[in-house]
Design a protein around this ligand. Structure first.
Ligand SMILES: [Zn+2]
Length: 115
């Protein structure tokens, strides 16, 4: 009696361990997917906040005569957004490609979304 329930306990323990292993493996697969999806955003944000990124933005702002590339309204540099012409969600490899970037007002950048 004691023996058989002990055996059951061990079997259950093994089963549970196996389930935990499977769950962890699944979580790792999900984590890899999430990382692949967010890495371009992280890289872009790092570049945008770098000296190089800030300088590029200032120059691009001058080239665009201080206007939003989408609605053409005059916008302040501070608070303006760097817009990815081809969206990051679809073209993650263009995250740091300045040829794919323009300055836009927050409204235009937000309304554009992933289109
Ligand atoms: Zn605009």
């Amino acid at each position: 009696m004691v023996n058989s329930s002990f055996k059951e306990l061990i079997q259950n323990l093994f089963k549970t361990t196996k389930q935990v292993d499977n769950a962890l493996a699944e979580l790792k697969r999900i984590a890899v997917k999430i990382e692949a999806k967010y890495e371009p955003y992280v890289e872009f944000t790092r570049w945008r906040d770098s000296k190089e990124g800030r300088l590029w933005k200032q120059q691009k702002y001058k080239v665009q005569n201080g206007c939003c590339a989408i609605c053409q309204h005059s916008i302040p540099l501070k608070g303006s957004h760097i817009d990815h012409i081809k969206p990051l969600s679809v073209y993650p490899h263009l995250a740091l490609d300045t040829r794919n970037m323009q300055i836009a007002c927050p409204d235009c950048n937000a309304s554009k979304g992933d289109k």
